[in-house]
Design a protein around this ligand. Structure first.
Ligand SMILES: Nc1ncnc2c1ncn2[C@@H]1O[C@H](COP(=O)(O)OP(=O)(O)O)[C@@H](O)[C@H]1O
Ligand SMILES: [Mg+2]
Length: 359
């Protein structure tokens, strides 16, 4: 699968562009702030129907404009496919595949798999559990439509249950029978999510360990530890035990929406003890493992976006990355760099067709 052509209008700082891509390597070069990352985000958007960097949809419309439009022409299993995403202020987002609107955007996720490696990945280490849950969910969701649907259903019930808890508090009332209706659904969907996350990590962790070994030249032991309240106690009991607290807080304080993934190195959380270099390697290994995982599950080579990676890595890691790209494990690649000369030098070492776009 690869992206042949991208047309965009008013996406972030970009006005109007048409790019014709190579099926292997494409580079965007230019000074800071010209919009290199924004082009990658446009490509990300076409796969996920949302931005990687800005979750507030309308903020992706160019300042002073009324709408943005993205159109990607892909080749998927030998067929041409056209994806269109557009958003107009005050209207609903539109996502179309070959001219046909999706009923639910979730149906689009995973059809054009993509992995992004970006300096913003640092959030995975420094931020709270939500970013890591989202990472885990996004990796699983690209492979598993049912998981994504279950997750959406769980979150919907969670919102409703929280609203009910608020209602109870506001009206100084309580209705156990009514609450139980929500509990049952939460337990049902939460159980599926918990099992899927567990199963996923069993497959994913060894892939990740392998990737980390090749990137870091195999010095430290790394591990991904799934933290979930549901590992210790069943969901019905968990909800019972936290009921008193939930009534006070007026929201659901326990469940799979509190899960976390602890990034360990040498048996300790990398957040506290990893060096800068270790943290970088860790993040790249995670993303390359995501790539491997998708490839393994679906036999499709995801598009890989590398945002400023040459900038952030020492020579050694760059060479390693290049040799990975070189031995045909990868499909289509999009790279950004401020340094046009360096990019050209690195890319020439790879024996693949490439194109450099100056922004
Ligand atoms: N909605 C928007 N309208 C106009 N400009 C935007 C919008 N969103 C982001 N930008 C601008 O895009 C620029 C950053 O582009 P970016 O792709 O990150 O640059 P690069 O990666 O080339 O350094 C910033 O100057 C930012 O203010
Ligand atoms: Mg950038």
């Amino acid at each position: 699968m690869y992206l042949q052509k991208l047309s965009l209008m008013n996406f972030k700082n970009l006005t109007q562009h048409v790019f014709e891509f190579k099926d292997k390597i494409n580079c965007f070069v230019g000074n800071n702030g010209v919009g290199k990352t924004n082009v990658l985000d446009a490509i990300y958007y076409l796969s996920f129907s949302k931005s990687y960097f800005n979750s507030v949809a309308i903020q992706n419309i160019r300042h002073g404009e009324e709408f943005f439009m993205l159109e990607g022409s892909y080749v998927l299993e030998g067929r041409d496919e056209i994806i269109l995403c557009s958003l107009k202020k005050g209207q609903k987002k539109i996502v179309k595949r070959n001219g046909k609107s999706y009923d639910k955007f979730s149906e689009h996720i995973g059809k054009f798999p993509l992995v992004i490696i970006s300096p913003a990945d640092r959030d995975l280490i420094v931020e709270g559990s939500e970013t890591r849950r989202k990472f885990m969910d996004s990796v699983i969701s690209q492979q598993n439509q049912l998981y994504l649907k279950t997750l959406i259903a769980y979150n919907k019930i969670l919102v409703q249950r929280n609203a009910l808890l608020k209602y109870f508090a506001a009206n100084r009332t309580f209705d156990a029978v009514n609450l139980e209706v929500y509990n049952q659904q939460l337990i049902w969907y939460g159980g599926i999510i918990h099992r899927e996350r567990k199963d996923f990590l069993e497959v994913f962790t060894p892939i990740f360990e392998e990737r980390y070994k090749t990137i870091s030249e195999g010095k430290e032991e790394v591990n991904l530890v799934y933290k979930s309240q549901l590992l210790d106690v069943g969901f019905p009991q968990l909800l019972n035990e936290s009921l008193a607290k939930d009534k006070v807080l007026q929201y659901t304080s326990a469940g799979v929406h509190k899960d976390d993934l602890v990034f360990e190195i040498g048996g300790y959380p990398i957040k506290k003890l990893g060096s800068q270099g270790q943290q970088k390697s860790y993040l790249i290994a995670l993303k390359l493992a995501q790539f491997d995982f998708i490839k393994k599950q679906s036999n499709v080579l995801p598009i890989l976006l590398l945002d400023d990676v040459f900038d952030k890595l020492d020579e050694n890691r760059v060479s390693q990355l290049i040799s990975l790209v070189n031995n045909d494990q990868f499909g289509q690649l999009f790279i950004t760099d401020t340094n046009a000369k360096r990019t050209e030098e690195v890319i020439k070492r790879i024996n693949k067709s490439y194109k450099i776009f100056e922004l």
